[in-house]
Each structure stands twice: as structure tokens, then as C-alpha cells.
Write a protein that binds this ligand. Structure first.
Ligand SMILES: Nc1ncnc2c1ncn2[C@@H]1O[C@H](COP(=O)(O)OP(=O)(O)O)[C@@H](O)[C@H]1O
Ligand SMILES: [Mg+2]
Length: 375
């Protein structure tokens, strides 16, 4: 009998961070301990087609010939817990999956949508649940929740893009009065800096709002922290999470934009970040508090902007952070004594822990009478 766990690693997807996901997933698939796990790579194309193939990453990178491979779906039927091949006239080859490791950054992967499908399918999965994923993804909602919990965040205002188009002068004045220049303009539900701009004047602000409006119905405008140090921290666990040592990013551009993150290779990561032990403790406590306020589980990377005077702001929380072997999330754990493949074991362990905890909860209620039959 095969006692190995079948791990479905899910990557790609309908996201502006599709390419980043392919690179993260390749590292995870490579590092999963094959004596413990049977790895099932599951790729999702940019169009949303699921394919399960050993070389799915390569196929998605080439982005052609996908139609020659069988199409799969995950059924929302909890009795199946399986991936089903739907290419033929009759669905076939139900492939049982024990646990899913979603490595899809951004929309339809990190925002609670796909987590909803895992819940329906009743399959344990790595990372935050539906709510934690959704609030972690939305920078407007997470800012509101963090503010209420007295966690320091940068000052920001938001409005609907559709309202801005109707009353641009009103919103431009509002930004100039309450936020001022320079400011950051963000589509609140994106990642990897896609759609984000730093605006130094009205002309740039207008262009930045239109760009962000291509990605989201909401627009977030934030006060720019002047020359911040960018400090990141890894957190893992469920009800009793733990925080890693901090790391620091020194971006190659004016801010840490898409090119500085992935393309030009000139940004520098300092691990661990050179900070005083007291400041590390304060940032760790803040990261852990935010993790529970936002209902995270499994893992998250919590990012901060640190001013020269020692004051820091929580910038954002990423529930599916970059996960290549040189990414900050695993590197910070490595610096804290947890190797990359050990980390994967732990994250899979947390997936089962949360699944089993949830299983203990009742999802039924037995009324004393069959009152509903009469109504
Ligand atoms: N309020 C701010 N002040 C200064 N820099 C910022 C601010 N907001 C964002 N940035 C810069 O922009 C980068 C991307 O913004 P972030 O909110 O982290 O979006 P993403 O989710 O796309 O990573 C940050 O890493 C930082 O370099
Ligand atoms: Mg960021």
C-alpha cells in the first residue's frame, strides 16, 4: 500500500502574477520530500483551464498546445475529494488528493476564491482560509481592520474608480488636501506592484489613478513614507503562530516595483535585517497581531515600512508570498533555523491541523420537531 501523501501543487492561474507563480511552484515541487509525498502538479492556464501533467509548468511557460492535454476539474462534492478528467465524453480518472498546496499569487488564488473551492471539496490546503485570504488581499479592508486594532498603517483614502470618472476634481482635491504629494496609488487587490505608481504631482496622480483603475474597481491612495527601509517578516502557524527574523529589501528603483522585484536582478536582500533586538521584538509582535486580526492561518509574509526615526508602518500582508528558493519567505525561515523542505513539511502539517480542527465543528443542527415539513 502507498502510504505517501498525495500533494496537489496548484500554480499559474488567472492572475497578473501568473509567471511568478510558475517559478515559485517549480521550487516547491523540486523540494518536496519524495519519500513522504507523491507530488501532483496541477497547472491553471491564464484562461482558467486546469491541467494535471508532470511537465505542467513547462507547458504553461510555453503557453501553447495546452488543448492537447486532458482538462481536469476539482469537484465541489466532498464525497469525491478528487481531481477529475473531463476531456472525454464521460468524466474519468478521479485522482484522489490528500492535500493541496496552492501557489497562485494574486487574483483567483490568494484572494479566497480558490480556497472556497477547497472548502467545498473538503480537502485540506496550505495557507489562509477564505476570509483570511480575502481580507489579506484587499489593501483597503485590511487597512481598516489593522487601524481598528491599533496597528500602525500609512494614512490612506479610497474611492471607487467609477466615482472618480464622474467627479475627478472632487477626488483630486481630496487627495491633495488629505494625502498630498508624493503619494502611492494602488489597485487594492493586486500584488507584485502591478498597477502601483508613485505620484509626485497632479498629472502623475491622474495617470496613476487611470492605471490602477485598469486592475480594480477601488483605488487606494496612500501617503508616501519618505525613504523607508523595507522590512519583511515570515509568519507561520494557526492559532499559535510564530514569527521569523526580519529581512530587509533594498530596492533597485525609486520603489520596489515589478522590475526591481523580478526583472533587473539588482535589488538586494539583507537577511537578517540589521535592526536592534528591541525593534525586532516590536515588529515581530506587530506581525503576529496582524496575522490573527486578519484571520490568517498556515503562512503569511508581513511587510513593513520603517522610517529613520524608528517608527514603522505595516504596509501589507501576503498570504501566498513568493516561494522560490531565493524568495524572502523561505529565506527568513532558513535564517531562523528551518530549512526549505522542512518548512514545506510544517506548512502541510498546519493544513491538516486546521482541517482537523474545523472537522470538530458541527455543520448540522437537529431540530426537536420536523417543523419545516409543515411550513
Ligand atoms: N505608503 C508607501 N510609502 C512608501 N513606499 C510605498 C508605500 N506603499 C508602497 N510602497 C512601495 O511600493 C512597493 C509595492 O507596494 P505594496 O503595497 O507592497 O504592493 P504589492 O502588494 O504589489 O507588493 C512597496 O514594496 C514599496 O516599495
Ligand atoms: Mg508588497
Amino acid at each position: 500500500m502507498n502510504s505517501k501523501l498525495k500533494v496537489g501543487v496548484l500554480f499559474g492561474g488567472r492572475s497578473a502574477e501568473h509567471e511568478v507563480s510558475l517559478v515559485s511552484a517549480a521550487s516547491i515541487i523540486n523540494a518536496l520530500d519524495k519519500t513522504k509525498y507523491d507530488v501532483l502538479p496541477i497547472g491553471i492556464s491564464k484562461e482558467g483551464r486546469w491541467l494535471s501533467a508532470v511537465n505542467a509548468i513547462q507547458l504553461l511557460k510555453e503557453h501553447s498546445g495546452l488543448e492537447n492535454f486532458p482538462e481536469h476539474v476539482l469537484l465541489p462534492d466532498p464525497r469525491k475529494q478528487s481531481l477529475v478528467n473531463i476531456s472525454g465524453a464521460f468524466p474519468q480518472n478521479a485522482e484522489k488528493v490528500d492535500v493541496i498546496f496552492p501557489v497562485i499569487h494574486g487574483t483567483f488564488g490568494e484572494d479566497g476564491t480558490i480556497q472556497g473551492l477547497f472548502e467545498l471539496a473538503d480537502i485540506p490546503y496550505v495557507g489562509a482560509g477564505v476570509l483570511g485570504s480575502a481580507v489579506g488581499m484587499d489593501k483597503v479592508i485590511s487597512k481598516q481592520l489593522l487601524e481598528r486594532a491599533d496597528i500602525p498603517v500609512t494614512k490612506g483614502i479610497w474611492f471607487l474608480y467609477s466615482d472618480f470618472v464622474k467627479r475627478p476634481k472632487h477626488y483630486l482635491l481630496d487627495v491633495e488636501k488629505k494625502i498630498k504629494y508624493p503619494c502611492f496609488v494602488k489597485p487594492p487587490n493586486q500584488g507584485s506592484s502591478v498597477g502601483i505608481s508613485k505620484a509626485h504631482n497632479k498629472k502623475e496622480l491622474i495617470a496613476a489613478i487611470h492605471l490602477a483603475g485598469e486592475y480594480d474597481r477601488k483605488i487606494l491612495i496612500e501617503k508616501a513614507v519618505s525613504r523607508p527601509r523595507e522590512i519583511e517578516m515570515s509568519v507561520m502557524g494557526n492559532d499559535e503562530p510564530i514569527a521569523s527574523l526580519p529581512g530587509e529589501i533594498v530596492p533597485s528603483n525609486e520603489f520596489y516595483d515589478y522590475d526591481a522585484k523580478y526583472v533587473d536582478g539588482k535589488s538586494v536582500a539583507e537577511i537578517p535585517a540589521k535592526l536592534s533586538p528591541q525593534l525586532i521584538k516590536k515588529i515581530q509582535a506587530c506581525a503576529l497581531k496582524a496575522y490573527s486580526v486578519l484571520d490568517c492561518s498556515g503562512l503569511a509574509r508581513v511587510d513593513f515600512l520603517l522610517q529613520k526615526n524608528g517608527k514603522f508602518f505595516l504596509n501589507e500582508i501576503n498570504t501566498i508570498p513568493g516561494f522560490t528558493s531565493i524568495s524572502m519567505y523561505p529565506k527568513l525561515w532558513e535564517a531562523s533555523g528551518v530549512s526549505y523542505s522542512e518548512l514545506l513539511d510544517k506548512l502541510i502539517g498546519y493544513a491538516f491541523e486546521r482541517y482537523n480542527d474545523k472537522k470538530k465543528l458541527k455543520t448540522f443542527y437537529s431540530p426537536k420537531t420536523d417543523w419545516y415539513k409543515q411550513s
